[in-house]
Design a protein around this ligand. Structure first.
Ligand code: AMP
Ligand code: MG
Length: 493
Protein backbone atom coordinates (compact mmCIF):
# COMPACT_ATOMS: atom_id res chain seq x y z
CA UNK A 1 0.00 0.00 0.00
CA UNK A 2 1.46 3.38 -0.93
CA UNK A 3 0.84 4.89 2.52
CA UNK A 4 3.59 6.76 4.34
CA UNK A 5 4.18 9.11 7.29
CA UNK A 6 6.38 11.85 5.94
CA UNK A 7 5.44 14.46 8.55
CA UNK A 8 7.54 12.54 11.11
CA UNK A 9 10.64 13.77 9.23
CA UNK A 10 10.12 17.01 11.18
CA UNK A 11 11.54 17.34 14.73
CA UNK A 12 9.39 15.59 17.32
CA UNK A 13 8.10 18.83 18.90
CA UNK A 14 5.99 19.39 15.75
CA UNK A 15 3.64 16.53 16.64
CA UNK A 16 2.44 14.00 19.16
CA UNK A 17 1.66 10.43 18.13
CA UNK A 18 -2.04 9.91 18.75
CA UNK A 19 -4.23 7.02 17.60
CA UNK A 20 -7.82 7.88 16.71
CA UNK A 21 -10.50 7.01 19.24
CA UNK A 22 -12.73 4.40 17.54
CA UNK A 23 -16.33 5.31 16.79
CA UNK A 24 -18.43 2.21 17.61
CA UNK A 25 -21.11 0.76 15.30
CA UNK A 26 -20.21 3.25 12.60
CA UNK A 27 -21.42 3.33 9.03
CA UNK A 28 -20.50 5.42 6.00
CA UNK A 29 -22.75 8.37 5.21
CA UNK A 30 -20.97 9.64 2.15
CA UNK A 31 -18.11 8.58 -0.09
CA UNK A 32 -16.72 10.95 -2.67
CA UNK A 33 -16.47 8.59 -5.63
CA UNK A 34 -15.02 11.24 -7.96
CA UNK A 35 -12.16 11.87 -5.54
CA UNK A 36 -11.65 8.17 -4.83
CA UNK A 37 -11.19 7.60 -8.57
CA UNK A 38 -8.96 10.67 -8.97
CA UNK A 39 -6.65 9.41 -6.22
CA UNK A 40 -6.65 5.80 -7.35
CA UNK A 41 -7.69 4.79 -3.82
CA UNK A 42 -8.31 1.10 -4.23
CA UNK A 43 -9.60 0.67 -0.66
CA UNK A 44 -12.89 -1.22 -0.50
CA UNK A 45 -15.81 0.36 1.42
CA UNK A 46 -15.11 -1.86 4.42
CA UNK A 47 -11.50 -0.67 4.70
CA UNK A 48 -12.54 2.92 4.08
CA UNK A 49 -15.11 2.66 6.88
CA UNK A 50 -12.48 1.21 9.23
CA UNK A 51 -10.12 4.06 8.39
CA UNK A 52 -12.77 6.79 8.61
CA UNK A 53 -14.29 5.59 11.87
CA UNK A 54 -10.94 5.15 13.62
CA UNK A 55 -11.42 1.38 13.94
CA UNK A 56 -7.88 0.44 12.96
CA UNK A 57 -5.59 -0.09 15.94
CA UNK A 58 -2.15 1.47 16.13
CA UNK A 59 -0.38 -1.77 15.05
CA UNK A 60 -2.81 -2.23 12.14
CA UNK A 61 -2.20 1.34 11.01
CA UNK A 62 1.56 0.96 11.43
CA UNK A 63 1.46 -2.15 9.28
CA UNK A 64 -0.10 -0.07 6.51
CA UNK A 65 2.59 2.60 6.92
CA UNK A 66 0.40 5.06 8.84
CA UNK A 67 1.51 6.64 12.13
CA UNK A 68 -1.37 8.88 13.27
CA UNK A 69 -0.33 12.11 14.93
CA UNK A 70 -1.71 15.42 16.16
CA UNK A 71 0.14 18.46 14.80
CA UNK A 72 1.29 21.38 16.93
CA UNK A 73 0.60 24.87 15.59
CA UNK A 74 -0.48 28.21 16.99
CA UNK A 75 -2.11 31.23 15.38
CA UNK A 76 -3.96 34.49 15.69
CA UNK A 77 -7.66 34.07 16.47
CA UNK A 78 -9.77 37.19 15.93
CA UNK A 79 -6.58 39.25 16.01
CA UNK A 80 -5.08 37.75 19.19
CA UNK A 81 -2.20 35.28 19.40
CA UNK A 82 -3.11 31.94 20.94
CA UNK A 83 -0.09 29.77 21.81
CA UNK A 84 -2.20 26.75 22.83
CA UNK A 85 -3.52 25.57 19.46
CA UNK A 86 -2.90 22.32 17.63
CA UNK A 87 -4.95 19.41 16.29
CA UNK A 88 -7.52 19.17 19.10
CA UNK A 89 -10.12 17.08 17.31
CA UNK A 90 -8.33 15.60 14.35
CA UNK A 91 -5.27 13.54 13.55
CA UNK A 92 -3.09 13.20 10.51
CA UNK A 93 -3.36 9.47 9.76
CA UNK A 94 -0.51 9.68 7.25
CA UNK A 95 -0.10 10.31 3.54
CA UNK A 96 -1.26 8.54 0.41
CA UNK A 97 0.71 8.51 -2.81
CA UNK A 98 -1.65 8.54 -5.80
CA UNK A 99 -0.72 6.69 -9.01
CA UNK A 100 0.32 10.04 -10.56
CA UNK A 101 2.95 10.41 -7.81
CA UNK A 102 1.15 13.21 -5.96
CA UNK A 103 1.07 12.79 -2.19
CA UNK A 104 -2.06 13.56 -0.13
CA UNK A 105 -2.50 14.02 3.62
CA UNK A 106 -5.22 11.82 5.12
CA UNK A 107 -6.61 13.79 8.05
CA UNK A 108 -9.34 12.36 10.23
CA UNK A 109 -11.49 15.12 11.69
CA UNK A 110 -13.43 14.26 14.84
CA UNK A 111 -10.96 11.52 15.80
CA UNK A 112 -11.14 12.13 19.56
CA UNK A 113 -9.12 13.97 22.17
CA UNK A 114 -5.42 14.82 21.76
CA UNK A 115 -2.99 16.72 23.96
CA UNK A 116 -4.12 19.90 22.16
CA UNK A 117 -7.84 19.44 22.89
CA UNK A 118 -7.89 21.83 25.86
CA UNK A 119 -11.53 21.71 27.12
CA UNK A 120 -12.91 20.26 23.88
CA UNK A 121 -14.20 16.71 23.45
CA UNK A 122 -12.24 16.03 20.27
CA UNK A 123 -15.48 15.13 18.50
CA UNK A 124 -17.14 16.38 15.33
CA UNK A 125 -20.87 16.24 14.64
CA UNK A 126 -22.72 15.03 11.56
CA UNK A 127 -24.06 18.53 10.76
CA UNK A 128 -20.65 20.19 10.53
CA UNK A 129 -19.07 17.21 8.77
CA UNK A 130 -21.72 17.34 6.06
CA UNK A 131 -21.31 21.10 5.78
CA UNK A 132 -17.55 20.68 5.23
CA UNK A 133 -18.04 17.81 2.78
CA UNK A 134 -20.52 19.81 0.69
CA UNK A 135 -18.63 23.10 0.76
CA UNK A 136 -15.30 21.64 -0.25
CA UNK A 137 -16.92 19.84 -3.19
CA UNK A 138 -18.91 22.98 -4.13
CA UNK A 139 -15.73 25.10 -4.21
CA UNK A 140 -13.89 22.38 -6.08
CA UNK A 141 -16.67 22.35 -8.67
CA UNK A 142 -16.35 26.11 -9.05
CA UNK A 143 -12.60 25.77 -9.55
CA UNK A 144 -11.70 27.42 -6.23
CA UNK A 145 -8.67 25.82 -4.49
CA UNK A 146 -9.84 23.86 -1.46
CA UNK A 147 -9.16 20.88 0.74
CA UNK A 148 -11.26 17.87 -0.31
CA UNK A 149 -13.45 15.46 1.61
CA UNK A 150 -13.30 11.73 0.89
CA UNK A 151 -15.77 10.20 3.32
CA UNK A 152 -18.00 10.73 6.34
CA UNK A 153 -18.89 8.09 8.91
CA UNK A 154 -21.48 8.38 11.68
CA UNK A 155 -22.86 6.35 14.58
CA UNK A 156 -25.63 6.44 17.19
CA UNK A 157 -23.30 8.19 19.62
CA UNK A 158 -24.57 11.67 20.54
CA UNK A 159 -22.39 14.70 21.21
CA UNK A 160 -23.32 17.76 23.27
CA UNK A 161 -23.25 21.03 21.36
CA UNK A 162 -25.96 23.73 21.70
CA UNK A 163 -28.18 20.64 21.46
CA UNK A 164 -27.31 16.92 21.39
CA UNK A 165 -26.19 15.95 17.90
CA UNK A 166 -25.07 12.73 16.17
CA UNK A 167 -21.31 12.20 16.15
CA UNK A 168 -19.42 11.85 12.86
CA UNK A 169 -15.91 11.72 11.47
CA UNK A 170 -14.69 13.20 8.20
CA UNK A 171 -11.71 12.07 6.16
CA UNK A 172 -10.13 15.22 4.72
CA UNK A 173 -7.54 15.22 1.95
CA UNK A 174 -5.14 17.87 0.73
CA UNK A 175 -1.45 17.83 -0.15
CA UNK A 176 -0.65 19.39 3.23
CA UNK A 177 -2.29 20.53 6.47
CA UNK A 178 0.56 22.96 7.19
CA UNK A 179 -0.97 26.31 8.13
CA UNK A 180 0.37 29.83 8.57
CA UNK A 181 0.11 28.97 12.28
CA UNK A 182 2.78 26.27 11.97
CA UNK A 183 5.25 29.00 11.02
CA UNK A 184 4.02 31.29 13.80
CA UNK A 185 4.73 28.50 16.26
CA UNK A 186 8.11 27.47 14.80
CA UNK A 187 9.38 31.07 14.79
CA UNK A 188 8.71 31.29 18.53
CA UNK A 189 9.93 27.77 19.30
CA UNK A 190 13.57 27.65 18.12
CA UNK A 191 15.92 28.29 15.21
CA UNK A 192 16.02 24.52 14.69
CA UNK A 193 12.24 24.27 14.37
CA UNK A 194 12.12 27.29 12.05
CA UNK A 195 14.79 26.00 9.67
CA UNK A 196 13.39 22.48 9.69
CA UNK A 197 9.90 23.65 8.77
CA UNK A 198 11.11 25.91 5.98
CA UNK A 199 13.28 23.13 4.57
CA UNK A 200 10.39 20.67 4.78
CA UNK A 201 7.87 22.83 2.91
CA UNK A 202 10.43 23.74 0.24
CA UNK A 203 11.36 20.08 -0.33
CA UNK A 204 7.80 18.83 -0.53
CA UNK A 205 5.63 21.70 -1.76
CA UNK A 206 7.92 24.34 -3.34
CA UNK A 207 10.73 22.20 -4.83
CA UNK A 208 11.50 24.92 -7.40
CA UNK A 209 13.49 26.67 -4.64
CA UNK A 210 15.52 23.63 -3.58
CA UNK A 211 19.27 24.17 -3.36
CA UNK A 212 18.96 27.93 -2.73
CA UNK A 213 20.01 29.79 0.41
CA UNK A 214 17.57 29.83 3.35
CA UNK A 215 16.99 33.53 2.72
CA UNK A 216 16.11 32.94 -0.91
CA UNK A 217 13.87 30.03 0.01
CA UNK A 218 12.05 32.12 2.61
CA UNK A 219 11.52 34.88 0.06
CA UNK A 220 10.28 32.45 -2.59
CA UNK A 221 7.94 30.76 -0.14
CA UNK A 222 6.48 33.99 1.27
CA UNK A 223 6.03 35.54 -2.16
CA UNK A 224 4.32 32.38 -3.49
CA UNK A 225 1.98 32.13 -0.49
CA UNK A 226 1.06 35.83 -0.83
CA UNK A 227 0.22 35.31 -4.50
CA UNK A 228 -1.80 32.15 -3.90
CA UNK A 229 -3.71 33.68 -0.99
CA UNK A 230 -4.52 36.78 -3.03
CA UNK A 231 -5.84 34.64 -5.89
CA UNK A 232 -7.85 32.49 -3.49
CA UNK A 233 -9.59 35.42 -1.85
CA UNK A 234 -10.23 37.18 -5.17
CA UNK A 235 -11.96 33.96 -6.21
CA UNK A 236 -14.03 33.77 -2.99
CA UNK A 237 -15.20 37.33 -3.58
CA UNK A 238 -16.26 36.47 -7.13
CA UNK A 239 -18.19 33.32 -6.25
CA UNK A 240 -19.73 34.93 -3.16
CA UNK A 241 -18.10 32.69 -0.55
CA UNK A 242 -17.90 33.91 3.03
CA UNK A 243 -15.37 31.92 5.07
CA UNK A 244 -16.38 33.20 8.49
CA UNK A 245 -13.29 32.34 10.59
CA UNK A 246 -10.17 33.56 8.81
CA UNK A 247 -7.88 33.01 11.79
CA UNK A 248 -4.25 32.38 10.82
CA UNK A 249 -4.50 28.77 12.00
CA UNK A 250 -7.16 28.32 9.31
CA UNK A 251 -4.94 29.57 6.47
CA UNK A 252 -3.27 26.94 4.29
CA UNK A 253 0.24 27.57 2.94
CA UNK A 254 -1.05 26.22 -0.39
CA UNK A 255 -3.63 29.00 -0.72
CA UNK A 256 -6.53 26.58 -0.42
CA UNK A 257 -9.83 27.13 1.35
CA UNK A 258 -9.23 25.46 4.69
CA UNK A 259 -11.37 24.62 7.75
CA UNK A 260 -15.05 25.10 7.20
CA UNK A 261 -17.00 26.49 10.13
CA UNK A 262 -19.93 28.89 9.83
CA UNK A 263 -19.22 29.64 6.15
CA UNK A 264 -21.95 30.82 3.78
CA UNK A 265 -22.42 31.31 0.08
CA UNK A 266 -24.49 34.41 -0.59
CA UNK A 267 -28.19 34.40 -1.02
CA UNK A 268 -28.68 38.18 -1.32
CA UNK A 269 -25.53 40.13 -2.03
CA UNK A 270 -24.55 42.28 0.94
CA UNK A 271 -21.13 43.93 1.05
CA UNK A 272 -20.98 43.94 4.86
CA UNK A 273 -22.37 40.42 5.30
CA UNK A 274 -21.15 38.53 8.40
CA UNK A 275 -21.97 34.81 8.29
CA UNK A 276 -20.65 33.92 11.76
CA UNK A 277 -23.01 35.14 14.46
CA UNK A 278 -20.23 34.96 17.09
CA UNK A 279 -18.29 37.55 15.05
CA UNK A 280 -20.07 40.53 16.58
CA UNK A 281 -17.51 43.09 15.32
CA UNK A 282 -17.77 41.86 11.74
CA UNK A 283 -14.03 41.21 11.62
CA UNK A 284 -14.56 38.51 9.00
CA UNK A 285 -17.31 40.24 7.00
CA UNK A 286 -17.37 39.66 3.23
CA UNK A 287 -15.93 43.12 2.58
CA UNK A 288 -13.05 42.46 5.00
CA UNK A 289 -11.86 39.14 3.55
CA UNK A 290 -9.25 40.66 1.19
CA UNK A 291 -7.80 42.81 4.00
CA UNK A 292 -7.74 39.91 6.43
CA UNK A 293 -5.90 37.83 3.83
CA UNK A 294 -3.28 40.58 3.79
CA UNK A 295 -3.19 40.71 7.60
CA UNK A 296 -2.59 36.96 7.72
CA UNK A 297 0.17 37.17 5.10
CA UNK A 298 1.78 39.87 7.28
CA UNK A 299 1.74 37.39 10.19
CA UNK A 300 3.47 34.83 7.99
CA UNK A 301 6.01 37.45 6.87
CA UNK A 302 6.69 38.27 10.51
CA UNK A 303 7.21 34.57 11.28
CA UNK A 304 9.87 34.56 8.54
CA UNK A 305 11.52 37.68 9.99
CA UNK A 306 14.68 35.74 10.89
CA UNK A 307 15.42 35.34 7.17
CA UNK A 308 13.93 38.45 5.57
CA UNK A 309 14.47 42.17 6.07
CA UNK A 310 11.49 44.45 6.67
CA UNK A 311 11.85 45.74 3.13
CA UNK A 312 11.69 42.24 1.70
CA UNK A 313 8.64 41.43 3.77
CA UNK A 314 6.99 44.65 2.60
CA UNK A 315 7.71 43.80 -1.02
CA UNK A 316 6.04 40.41 -0.67
CA UNK A 317 2.99 42.00 0.95
CA UNK A 318 2.77 44.56 -1.85
CA UNK A 319 2.72 41.69 -4.32
CA UNK A 320 -0.36 40.40 -2.47
CA UNK A 321 -2.15 43.70 -3.11
CA UNK A 322 -1.17 43.83 -6.79
CA UNK A 323 -2.17 40.23 -7.42
CA UNK A 324 -5.44 40.64 -5.54
CA UNK A 325 -6.41 43.74 -7.53
CA UNK A 326 -5.47 42.16 -10.84
CA UNK A 327 -7.23 38.84 -10.24
CA UNK A 328 -10.34 40.26 -8.53
CA UNK A 329 -11.03 42.38 -11.61
CA UNK A 330 -10.23 39.55 -14.01
CA UNK A 331 -12.59 37.19 -12.13
CA UNK A 332 -15.40 39.72 -12.43
CA UNK A 333 -14.77 40.29 -16.13
CA UNK A 334 -15.03 36.53 -16.59
CA UNK A 335 -18.34 36.52 -14.67
CA UNK A 336 -19.66 39.33 -16.87
CA UNK A 337 -18.76 37.36 -20.00
CA UNK A 338 -16.13 39.95 -20.98
CA UNK A 339 -13.24 37.50 -20.71
CA UNK A 340 -12.98 33.81 -21.51
CA UNK A 341 -13.46 31.45 -18.53
CA UNK A 342 -9.90 30.14 -18.03
CA UNK A 343 -9.06 26.44 -17.90
CA UNK A 344 -7.39 26.99 -14.53
CA UNK A 345 -10.27 28.88 -12.98
CA UNK A 346 -8.04 30.33 -10.31
CA UNK A 347 -5.75 31.95 -12.88
CA UNK A 348 -7.95 34.23 -14.98
CA UNK A 349 -6.46 36.57 -17.56
CA UNK A 350 -8.46 39.51 -18.84
CA UNK A 351 -7.78 42.33 -21.23
CA UNK A 352 -8.92 45.29 -19.19
CA UNK A 353 -10.56 48.25 -20.96
CA UNK A 354 -11.03 51.76 -19.64
CA UNK A 355 -14.26 51.82 -17.65
CA UNK A 356 -14.14 48.14 -16.63
CA UNK A 357 -13.34 48.92 -13.00
CA UNK A 358 -16.33 51.25 -12.78
CA UNK A 359 -18.58 48.69 -14.47
CA UNK A 360 -17.69 46.13 -11.80
CA UNK A 361 -17.84 48.58 -8.88
CA UNK A 362 -21.22 49.95 -9.99
CA UNK A 363 -22.88 46.56 -10.16
CA UNK A 364 -21.64 45.64 -6.68
CA UNK A 365 -22.97 48.91 -5.25
CA UNK A 366 -26.42 48.45 -6.82
CA UNK A 367 -26.61 44.77 -5.89
CA UNK A 368 -25.82 45.73 -2.30
CA UNK A 369 -28.39 48.53 -2.25
CA UNK A 370 -31.13 46.31 -3.66
CA UNK A 371 -29.99 43.10 -1.90
CA UNK A 372 -29.99 41.20 -5.19
CA UNK A 373 -29.67 37.42 -5.20
CA UNK A 374 -25.98 36.91 -6.05
CA UNK A 375 -25.88 33.67 -8.01
CA UNK A 376 -29.20 34.07 -9.82
CA UNK A 377 -28.32 37.59 -10.96
CA UNK A 378 -25.14 36.50 -12.75
CA UNK A 379 -26.63 33.32 -14.21
CA UNK A 380 -29.75 35.11 -15.47
CA UNK A 381 -27.69 37.89 -17.05
CA UNK A 382 -27.59 35.58 -20.06
CA UNK A 383 -31.30 36.37 -20.53
CA UNK A 384 -30.67 40.09 -20.98
CA UNK A 385 -32.30 41.15 -24.28
CA UNK A 386 -34.10 37.80 -24.67
CA UNK A 387 -37.71 36.82 -24.02
CA UNK A 388 -36.67 35.60 -20.55
CA UNK A 389 -35.38 39.05 -19.53
CA UNK A 390 -38.35 39.54 -17.14
CA UNK A 391 -36.95 36.70 -14.97
CA UNK A 392 -33.74 38.69 -14.60
CA UNK A 393 -35.62 41.89 -13.83
CA UNK A 394 -37.77 40.05 -11.25
CA UNK A 395 -34.62 39.74 -9.10
CA UNK A 396 -34.31 43.54 -8.85
CA UNK A 397 -36.28 45.69 -6.41
CA UNK A 398 -35.82 48.71 -8.71
CA UNK A 399 -34.90 47.57 -12.22
CA UNK A 400 -34.81 51.16 -13.47
CA UNK A 401 -31.75 51.87 -11.37
CA UNK A 402 -29.90 49.18 -13.39
CA UNK A 403 -30.93 50.54 -16.83
CA UNK A 404 -27.77 52.57 -17.48
CA UNK A 405 -25.59 49.77 -16.22
CA UNK A 406 -27.21 47.21 -18.54
CA UNK A 407 -26.66 49.64 -21.41
CA UNK A 408 -22.96 50.07 -20.58
CA UNK A 409 -22.61 46.30 -20.39
CA UNK A 410 -24.27 45.81 -23.80
CA UNK A 411 -21.98 48.44 -25.27
CA UNK A 412 -18.91 46.76 -23.78
CA UNK A 413 -20.04 43.41 -25.25
CA UNK A 414 -20.34 44.86 -28.72
CA UNK A 415 -17.00 46.71 -28.39
CA UNK A 416 -15.45 43.33 -27.59
CA UNK A 417 -16.86 42.10 -30.91
CA UNK A 418 -18.85 39.35 -29.19
CA UNK A 419 -22.06 37.96 -30.66
CA UNK A 420 -25.00 37.66 -28.24
CA UNK A 421 -24.85 33.86 -28.43
CA UNK A 422 -21.13 33.72 -27.66
CA UNK A 423 -21.59 36.12 -24.77
CA UNK A 424 -24.53 34.11 -23.37
CA UNK A 425 -22.48 30.92 -23.59
CA UNK A 426 -19.69 32.61 -21.63
CA UNK A 427 -22.12 33.72 -18.93
CA UNK A 428 -23.37 30.16 -18.50
CA UNK A 429 -19.84 28.76 -18.46
CA UNK A 430 -18.72 31.25 -15.79
CA UNK A 431 -21.75 31.39 -13.47
CA UNK A 432 -23.21 28.35 -11.72
CA UNK A 433 -26.85 27.28 -12.10
CA UNK A 434 -26.88 25.96 -8.53
CA UNK A 435 -25.25 27.20 -5.37
CA UNK A 436 -24.86 25.66 -1.91
CA UNK A 437 -27.20 28.00 -0.06
CA UNK A 438 -27.31 27.62 3.72
CA UNK A 439 -30.93 26.44 3.69
CA UNK A 440 -30.12 23.76 1.11
CA UNK A 441 -27.21 22.48 3.22
CA UNK A 442 -29.61 22.38 6.20
CA UNK A 443 -32.24 20.39 4.22
CA UNK A 444 -29.56 17.87 3.28
CA UNK A 445 -28.45 17.62 6.94
CA UNK A 446 -32.03 17.22 8.21
CA UNK A 447 -32.55 14.33 5.79
CA UNK A 448 -29.23 12.74 6.77
CA UNK A 449 -30.03 12.97 10.48
CA UNK A 450 -33.16 10.94 9.68
CA UNK A 451 -31.05 8.36 7.85
CA UNK A 452 -31.77 9.55 4.30
CA UNK A 453 -28.46 10.18 2.56
CA UNK A 454 -29.85 10.40 -0.99
CA UNK A 455 -29.98 14.23 -1.07
CA UNK A 456 -26.36 14.36 0.13
CA UNK A 457 -25.23 12.08 -2.68
CA UNK A 458 -27.32 13.91 -5.26
CA UNK A 459 -26.06 17.36 -4.25
CA UNK A 460 -22.43 16.27 -3.98
CA UNK A 461 -22.53 15.09 -7.58
CA UNK A 462 -24.44 18.17 -8.77
CA UNK A 463 -22.13 20.63 -7.00
CA UNK A 464 -19.11 19.00 -8.64
CA UNK A 465 -20.64 20.19 -11.97
CA UNK A 466 -22.24 23.54 -11.07
CA UNK A 467 -22.14 25.11 -14.53
CA UNK A 468 -24.47 22.45 -16.03
CA UNK A 469 -28.17 23.37 -16.21
CA UNK A 470 -29.45 20.86 -13.60
CA UNK A 471 -33.16 20.92 -14.54
CA UNK A 472 -33.71 18.18 -11.90
CA UNK A 473 -32.98 20.83 -9.24
CA UNK A 474 -35.27 23.51 -10.77
CA UNK A 475 -36.97 24.28 -7.46
CA UNK A 476 -33.58 25.33 -6.04
CA UNK A 477 -32.95 27.71 -8.94
CA UNK A 478 -35.52 30.22 -7.69
CA UNK A 479 -34.93 33.04 -5.20
CA UNK A 480 -35.15 31.62 -1.66
CA UNK A 481 -38.11 32.53 0.53
CA UNK A 482 -37.49 35.01 3.38
CA UNK A 483 -37.54 32.20 6.01
CA UNK A 484 -34.95 30.26 4.00
CA UNK A 485 -32.59 33.24 3.98
CA UNK A 486 -32.51 33.86 7.71
CA UNK A 487 -30.28 30.97 8.75
CA UNK A 488 -28.05 31.79 11.68
CA UNK A 489 -24.76 29.89 11.75
CA UNK A 490 -22.60 29.39 14.77
CA UNK A 491 -18.98 28.39 15.24
CA UNK A 492 -19.91 25.24 17.15
CA UNK A 493 -18.88 22.21 15.21
P1 AMP B 1 -11.36 25.79 14.61
O1 AMP B 1 -12.40 26.69 15.17
O2 AMP B 1 -11.91 24.56 13.96
O3 AMP B 1 -10.42 26.50 13.70
O4 AMP B 1 -10.53 25.26 15.87
C1 AMP B 1 -9.72 26.08 16.68
C2 AMP B 1 -8.96 25.23 17.67
O5 AMP B 1 -9.84 24.57 18.57
C3 AMP B 1 -8.10 24.15 17.05
O6 AMP B 1 -6.90 24.01 17.79
C4 AMP B 1 -8.97 22.91 17.20
O7 AMP B 1 -8.23 21.73 17.20
C5 AMP B 1 -9.66 23.16 18.53
N1 AMP B 1 -10.99 22.52 18.61
C6 AMP B 1 -12.12 22.87 17.95
N2 AMP B 1 -13.15 22.07 18.28
C7 AMP B 1 -12.68 21.17 19.18
C8 AMP B 1 -13.24 20.06 19.89
N3 AMP B 1 -14.52 19.71 19.75
N4 AMP B 1 -12.42 19.38 20.72
C9 AMP B 1 -11.14 19.72 20.88
N5 AMP B 1 -10.54 20.74 20.25
C10 AMP B 1 -11.29 21.46 19.39
MG1 MG C 1 -9.18 25.48 12.59
Amino acid sequence: MPFQSRFTQLPSDFYQFNAPEPMQDAHLVAVNEALRTQLGLTLKDEALLALTSGQLTHPQLAELGLRPLAQKYTGHQFGYYNPHLGDGRGVLLGEWQAPDGKVWDLHLKGAGRTRFSRNGDGRAVLRSSIREFLASEALYGLGVPTTRALAIATSDEMVQREILEPRATLLRLTPTHIRFGHFEWAARQSATARDALLGYVIDHYFPEAQGQSLKHQAWYFLHSVCQRTARLIAHWQAVGFNHGVMNSDNMSILGETFDFGPYAFFDDFQIGFVCNHSDTDGRYAYSEQPLIGHFNCALLADALGAYLSEDEQKKALESYVDEYNRVALAQMLVKLGLAEPPKERNQPEAEVQKGDRALVADVFIMMDQQRVDHSLFFRRLAWLGTEREPELMALLAEPDAFADWFESLQQRISEAGLSQTDWQARIRAANPSIVLRSYIAQEIIDAAEKGDYAPLTQWTQALQRPFDDHPELAEYQQPPKPAQKSMVLSCSS
